[in-house]
Ligand binder design. Structure first.
Ligand SMILES: NC(=O)c1ccc[n+]([C@@H]2O[C@H](COP(=O)([O-])OP(=O)(O)OC[C@H]3O[C@@H](n4cnc5c(N)ncnc54)[C@H](OP(=O)(O)O)[C@@H]3O)[C@@H](O)[C@H]2O)c1
Length: 283
């Protein structure tokens, strides 16, 4: 699922690159087929909408394993629970779910509480359940690009708290490993890059890489929330989420895991390399 998204897209590219047949799902299958192009002939594209259970059953029919991811939103828990139910009905034996850090029943992050609910249902579903808990996606940092390019600061509410970042391409490769190496099925994997970075250091790094300084502006959490909804137009639940994950990073200082290196036999992609690759977005 989520083959047009950040992690699902990376998984499809990884599977296609090693010739593993798979079925890529989207609510817009024609657009997905066009994006995949002729380079991925063994990727079968199929329509699937979690709002329509019949489409899920049709999409899962004949499948053995499911990669389950869903964009954040008010219906995420409902959609993922429905996908698990349809997968069980279709005879799927192994589900690999994208979850998040702090997926706990009393998590301070509402979306992580939702992931806990979904993880719990998945573990009780009678299939092999693998859970990937990635930290913040490096690709999310590109959302800062337009503001920084126009001379704006890197704005946060977590001071110099150290944060883990992971490149979604590494998440896709880990998902491919968990789906194709039976000894990895059934595990819980906490995924990070090799080092943490604070927003202050991120601003310094961006300034150095683009050759023009970038400021770091640290706001009280409520002010960040107000700015995200009033100036950037984020819906309330998303503004809350950004503030909640930043407050979590302050409350629980993050440290890297060695999971990507252990599973893939190489170091994770680095933040500086990622920013260098995408520096034009910040110029
Ligand atoms: N961003 C982060 O830093 C971060 C960190 C940790 C964990 N996470 C978790 O990562 C997950 C999202 O990551 P991602 O990269 O997979 O998300 P994404 O890039 O937002 O893509 C999610 C996919 O959801 C699909 N989708 C949306 N509504 C759907 C529906 N009704 N039926 C079927 N598919 C639907 C979309 O497919 P179509 O539009 O093609 O149908 C899209 O490809 C979230 O659960 C989030 O909590 C994110």
């Amino acid at each position: 699922m989520g083959a047009t998204g950040a992690t699902g897209g990376a998984l499809v590219r990884s599977l296609a690159g090693s010739g593993v047949p798979c079925r890529a799902l989207s609510r817009e299958p024609q657009g997905l087929r066009a994006r995949l192009g002729a380079a991925a002939p063994q990727v079968e594209v199929h329509a699937a909408d979690a709002a329509d259970p019949a489409s899920l059953r049709a999409a899962f029919s004949g499948g053995r394993q499911l990669f389950l991811t869903m964009e954040n939103g008010p219906r995420q828990v409902e959609f993922e629970l429905r996908a698990i139910e349809a997968a069980v009905e279709a005879g799927i034996e192994h589900i690999v779910k994208i979850s998040s850090p702090a997926a706990e029943p009393d998590s301070p992050v509402a979306i992580a509480r939702g992931h806990h609910t979904i993880e719990s249902r998945l573990r009780a579903a009678g299939v092999t359940a693998s859970v990937l808990r990635p930290y913040a996606f490096m690709q999310n940092l590109l959302l800062l690009g337009p503001g920084v390019a126009h001379g704006g600061p890197v704005v946060g509410a977590m001071g110099q708290a150290p944060c883990n970042y992971i490149d979604c391409r590494d998440i896709g490769e880990v998902a491919a490993a968990v789906l194709t190496r039976p000894e990895l099925a059934g595990g819980m994997y906490s995924l990070t890059g090799a080092e943490t970075c604070s927003f202050g250091r991120l601003a310094e790094l961006l300034g150095r890489l683009r050759g023009r300084p970038v400021r770091h502006l640290d706001l009280p959490p409520e002010q960040l929330r107000a700015q995200l909804s009033a100036e950037r137009g984020l819906p309330g639940w998303l503004a809350d989420h950004v503030v909640e994950i930043q407050q979590l990073a302050v409350a629980r200082p993050e440290t890297p895991t060695d999971t990507v290196a252990r599973l893939l036999g190489r170091a994770p992609r680095g933040l500086e390399a990622f920013l260098t690759e995408h520096i034009d977005a910040f110029r």
